[in-house]
Design a protein around this ligand. Structure first.
Ligand code: FMN
Length: 230
C-alpha cells in the first residue's frame, strides 16, 4: 500500500491531524463501534520498532469492567496506595518544571480552580481515575525483558494509536496515573505477571463544550528543540 504524498491534501491533512491532537479530559458516554475500535488498533501497530519486535500490548476496557477498575482506582490510587511497575521519580527542574507548572495552571484556570483550592485540585486529579468519563480505556503494557529502547517503540505505537483515533474523530488522553495500580489491572484482566504496565489512555468522543477541553498547551519554538547541520 502506498500514499500519494504529491497530493497536497494528504500532507495538509496529516499536518493538521498531528497539530490538532490534544489531550482531552471530558467525554460523552457514547461507545466507539467495535469495528472501528479494531481498525484503529490494527493501524497503530504499523509503528516502527527495534528489529520489528513490536513489544506493545494493549488491553482495551469498556462497560462494567471499566466501571469496576475506576472504582478500584479511586480506592487505591485515589487514597495514595500505589503499585507501579516503573518508578516515577523524575524531578522536573528549570524549563521542564516551568512547562509542567504552565500546563497545570492552564488546566486549573479552565476548571475554575484557584491556587489555594486544594480540594478543587484533588477533584481534578480524581477525574483521571474516572477516565474523564470516557467509555473506554486502554492499558499499554510491554514484556518484563524490555528496556528503554523498547519503551520508545511502545511510545511510537501509542502516538500512532492516538493520531489514528484523531483521524476517526476519537479523542484521547494518555495518563501516567493509570499505571499507578498495575497489580489491580493485572489481577482484574487476568494479565500475566511478566507483563508490565506503562500507562493508560482514556478515549471516546469528546465533549467539546467543556472548558477543560479548550486548553491548548504551548510548544517550544523550533530552534529550542532542533538544530540543523550541513
Ligand atoms: C505518557 C504520558 C502520560 C500523561 N499522563 C497524564 C495524566 O496522568 N493525566 C493527565 O491529565 N494528562 C497526562 N498527560 C497529558 C499531558 O499533560 C499532555 O500531553 C501535555 O500537557 C501536552 O498537551 P497535549 O497532549 O494536549 O498536546 C500525559 C501525557 C503523556 C504523553
Amino acid at each position: 500500500m502506498n500514499v500519494d504524498t504529491s497530493d497536497q491534501n494528504v500532507s495538509k491533512v496529516f499536518d493538521q491531524l498531528a497539530r490538532c491532537r490534544r489531550s482531552i479530559r471530558g467525554f460523552w458516554p457514547t461507545p466507539v463501534e467495535p469495528e472501528l475500535l479494531a481498525q484503529v488498533f490494527e493501524t497503530a501497530a504499523f509503528a516502527p520498532s527495534n528489529c520489528n519486535t513490536q513489544p506493545w500490548y494493549s488491553y482495551v476496557v469498556s462497560g462494567e469492567m471499566r466501571d469496576k477498575l475506576s472504582r478500584i482506582f479511586l480506592k487505591t490510587i485515589g487514597q495514595g496506595h500505589y503499585s507501579l511497575d516503573f518508578p516515577y521519580d523524575a524531578k522536573y527542574e528549570g524549563i521542564y518544571r516551568q512547562r509542567q507548572l504552565d500546563v497545570g495552571l492552564m488546566l486549573y484556570k479552565a476548571l475554575g480552580v484557584t491556587r489555594e483550592d486544594s480540594e478543587g485540585k484533588r477533584q481534578a486529579f480524581l477525574r483521571n481515575l474516572e477516565f474523564f468519563d470516557a467509555p473506554h480505556v486502554v492499558f499499554i503494557f510491554m514484556p518484563e525483558w524490555c528496556g528503554i529502547r523498547e519503551a520508545c517503540d511502545v511510545g511510537m505505537y501509542a502516538q500512532n494509536l492516538m493520531l489514528t483515533m484523531r483521524a476517526h474523530g476519537i479523542a484521547s488522553c494518555p495518563q501516567t496515573i493509570l499505571g499507578y495500580d498495575a497489580d489491580s489491572v493485572r489481577r482484574e484482566l487476568g494479565i500475566d505477571a511478566e507483563m508490565k504496565l506503562l500507562f493508560g489512555i482514556s478515549f471516546g468522543y469528546e465533549d467539546q463544550d467543556l472548558p477543560e477541553n479548550q486548553i491548548v498547551p504551548d510548544r517550544a519554538s523550533l530552534d529550542e528543540h532542533v538544530k540543523f547541520y550541513s
